[in-house]
Write a protein that binds this ligand. Structure first.
Ligand code: SF4
Ligand code: SF4
Length: 351
């Protein structure tokens, strides 16, 4: 069955309040699970406070050429939300003000933002890491984006790409027919110009997230498997594999509900709560800017529309690092996805 966004279907889950209600009380199991704040309290981490802003993450918009089954953004070709030029200018000011060490560009497909190249050129400077989160297929499906790998190289971008698995069956099942072949083609293009090759300094990372209602396997072992298989099958090389736990929100929440796995999955996350992972959750050193300029503790809170609890600085136009560093991070039951097992963040396991 063709996947479409929750928004285009007018699905009840397109309302984040409904998602949070379900996570908190839909079944007797969910209603009686420990609260995330309670667990943080037992680890001496409540209220959860930031350690600073090391990563400036921007969601350029929800427009995407794909409609993956588990997308936590509910992105797709029908989504029209894109960051305005005005908000991009506010972001540039904030990035320069804090002299951001890392800028992480995500979406949707960030390359599809019409100002993508202009923006990267404006913020690029020696010593600053700029990450582009690419779905790979965008680089080969439309001639318009064929030259983007060369642009990435010229700007020294770090390319972090999603690839659910090193085989066609699992990848296409999660992301749509033809995804694996197109991803392989894009990875080979990136390798050809030096990405992932030793000594080039052009970093190419892959992101793995489980195809079903289970936690990712050990990151180091999975990276070794991916490296061996992609090398043997296609001659592909890359630097790191990041394992990411699926958070029970948006289209992944829909999948859990439809497959009858929600109770069990939440119990799994709660049982795997790891205090060390809780201490290293990414919201402590990240700020996430939405396409409309609203500031969030992370991309997941952005999708749930729970902005930063920082009265004086809730929009990028009012960005104030000192005020934001004093804030209390807003948590809810979905946060158990970040603290299960080895932990999970946009940069993979956290312990
Ligand atoms: S490529 Fe990424 S943003 Fe686009 S639909 Fe798939 S998971 Fe969502
Ligand atoms: S979901 Fe966001 S706010 Fe919650 S622990 Fe993870 S990164 Fe932090």
């Amino acid at each position: 069955m063709k996947v479409t966004s929750l928004a285009s279907r007018g699905h009840a889950l397109k309302d984040p309040r409904e998602q949070l209600r379900i996570l908190n009380e839909e079944t007797p199991v969910l209603a009686t699970l420990p609260r995330f704040g309670q667990m943080l309290g037992q680890s001496g981490l409540y209220p959860l406070k930031p350690t600073g802003i090391d990563i400036f993450q921007m969601n350029l918009g929800y427009l995407c050429n794909m409609t993956c089954k588990h997308c936590h953004v509910d992105a797709g070709p029908d989504r029209k939300e894109l960051m305005t030029r005005e908000n991009l200018e506010h972001c540039i000011r904030a990035i320069e003000e804090i002299d951001a060490h890392t800028v992480d560009l995500t979406g949707g497909a960030p390359e599809m933002h019409p100002d993508f190249q202009w923006f990267v050129e404006r913020i690029s400077k020696p010593g600053r890491t700029i990450i582009v989160r690419s779905n790979l297929t965008i680089l080969v499906t439309n001639p318009k984006y064929r030259a983007f790998p060369e642009f990435f190289k010229k700007q020294g971008l770090q390319v972090t790409c999603s690839l659910p698995f090193y085989n066609k069956f699992t990848t296409d099942k999660q992301r749509g027919e033809g995804t694996y072949d197109r991803s392989v083609e894009a990875l080979l293009d990136l390798n050809r110009i030096g990405y992932g090759q030793p000594g080039t300094g052009l970093e190419l990372n892959l992101v793995y997230n489980p195809a079903g209602a289970f936690l990712p396997a050990d990151q180091a072992s999975l990276e070794a498997d991916f490296k061996a298989n992609l090398q043997r099958k296609h001659g592909i090389v890359f630097n790191n594999l990041f394992t990411i736990t699926n958070l029970p929100i948006s289209r992944y929440l829909e999948f859990l509900l439809m497959s009858g796995n929600l109770d069990e999955y939440m119990q799994k996350l709660v049982n795997a709560y790891n205090p060390a992972a809780a201490a290293g959750v990414m919201c402590r050193n990240t700020i996430s800017v939405a396409w409309n300029g609203i500031l969030y503790d992370c991309d997941f809170n952005q999708m749930l529309e729970i902005p930063v609890a920082s009265a004086g600085s809730r929009h990028i136009r009012d960005f104030d690092a000192d005020t934001l560093n004093q804030r209390e991070i807003v948590i809810n039951q979905h946060c158990f996805g970040c603290t299960a097992g080895a932990g999970s963040s946009c940069g993979g396991a956290t312990t």
